[in-house]
Design a protein around this ligand. Structure first.
Ligand code: KG4
Ligand code: ZN
Length: 353
């Protein structure tokens, strides 16, 4: 079964065709980064306008690369939440129109659950890296930071989450303030490779107690790093260092430490020893290296090109829903937020598609 997956939740206009929930036949990601770079962040109005202009061409490209025609598509799925509402609506509306025109099923998919599905996808020349359920999910993106127990592809229980900013947002904001470039995550990751991670000491949030054991916080770190800006501009150059690289490495080290401290507590509490990571920040090389040090934990990361937003993960997850006989009505719409991704106390067990 060929499923067309569409992802327009933020600044990537993406479409892919996936066979039987596993084999990627094509995966097209048209990034709007150059159009938002001048503003050092995503401008929602520009993002949704560009999706409207690009979506038809991106879907056509996905069909062409898979050597398929619209008639060869058995179902169409789109990311419906969470994300920028105007952007999500473009993908959802396009997918519903495609489904209606071809008289095939439409499936509205959750974008964060799809990130967790990404490692289960395979290319012709590369195998999938699936893990048996249950496992611990680490969802780290520009809008979310979630540590969860994944009982199935559509069943997660949030064990910890950010109480303020998302980790990807902290990378983006620090990069913006220092003028390192946009988007911040990839830029800081690269810059940090030549920096001294112990050059600056940044604070860790004090979240150790009770229900906050597995939560994280990034607003304090973000403020502390931004407060170094004057010193950065006017202070002496380190004897054998490079200031931008040192800031990047020291910030990245602390950002990853915050994540790992809570993640390892979740490992301890849940007794789960497999972690599946997903979302743009799962591409971070320092996070990957630090997790690889833990011989007692199996860590599964998607390939780099499937960490960020893409249509393949949407098509893959949609196939699983279809296999259960589930489809979405053509009245389905998009929503910017998902309530159950916020930590509530005590945590509920969300059921999402
Ligand atoms: O999943 P994603 O593509 O979009 C959202 O759902 O938000 O994640 C984007 C986020 C951005 O904040 C970006 O700076 C971050 O992922 N990111 C990284 C890296 N590559 C992208 N963060 C840290 N290290 C990276 N290598
Ligand atoms: Zn995402």
């Amino acid at each position: 079964m060929n499923v067309l997956g569409i992802e327009t939740s933020c600044d990537e206009c993406a479409a892919a065709v996936v066979k039987d929930g596993k084999t990627i036949l094509s995966n097209v990601v048209a990034t709007q980064i150059p159009f938002h770079a001048a503003y050092n962040g995503v401008v929602p109005e520009i993002a949704s306008r560009m999706h409207t202009e690009w979506i038809n061409g991106v879907v056509q490209e996905a069909l062409d690369r898979a050597s398929l025609k619209p008639a060869d598509i058995d179902a169409v799925a789109a990311a419906a939440h969470p994300g920028l509402l105007g952007s999500l609506l473009v993908g959802v509306s396009f997918a519903k129109a495609f489904a209606w025109a071809r008289d095939i099923p439409f499936i509205a998919v959750d974008h964060m659950l799809a990130h967790l599905y990404a490692p289960r996808l395979a290319y012709d020349d590369r195998p999938a890296h699936g893990a048996d359920y249950p496992f611990l999910g680490l969802l780290v993106s520009g809008g979310h930071t979630i540590i969860c127990r994944a009982g199935n592809f559509d069943d997660i229980t949030v064990l910890g989450a950010t109480i303020d900013d998302a980790v990807g947002e902290a990378f983006d904001k620090v990069s913006k303030h220092y003028g390192f470039g946009y988007p911040g995550g990839a830029v800081i990751d690269k810059l940090a490779k030549t920096g001294n991670m112990d050059a600056f000491r940044f604070p860790m949030p004090s979240l150790h107690k009770g229900e906050h054991r597995c939560d994280v916080s990034y607003s304090g770190l973000k403020t502390a790093v931004v407060n170094q800006l004057d010193l950065f501009r006017t202070g002496p150059k380190p004897a054998n260092g490079d200031k931008p690289a040192d800031i990047a490495a020291s910030f990245q080290k602390t950002a990853v430490e915050i994540l790992l401290r809570s993640l390892f507590r979740a490992v301890e509490d849940s007794k789960l020893d497999t972690i599946v990571a997903g979302g743009g920040v799962a591409a971070n090389s320092y996070l990957r290296a630090r997790l690889a040090e833990r011989q007692d934990i199996r860590c599964i990361f998607p390939p780099l090109e499937l960490c960020g937003d893409n249509g393949a993960m949407i098509a893959g997850l949609a196939y699983q829903r279809l296999a259960r006989g589930e489809t979405s009505p053509l009245t389905a719409t998009a929503s910017a937020r998902v309530k159950s991704f916020k930590r509530t106390y005590p945590a509920p067990a969300p059921k999402l598609g």
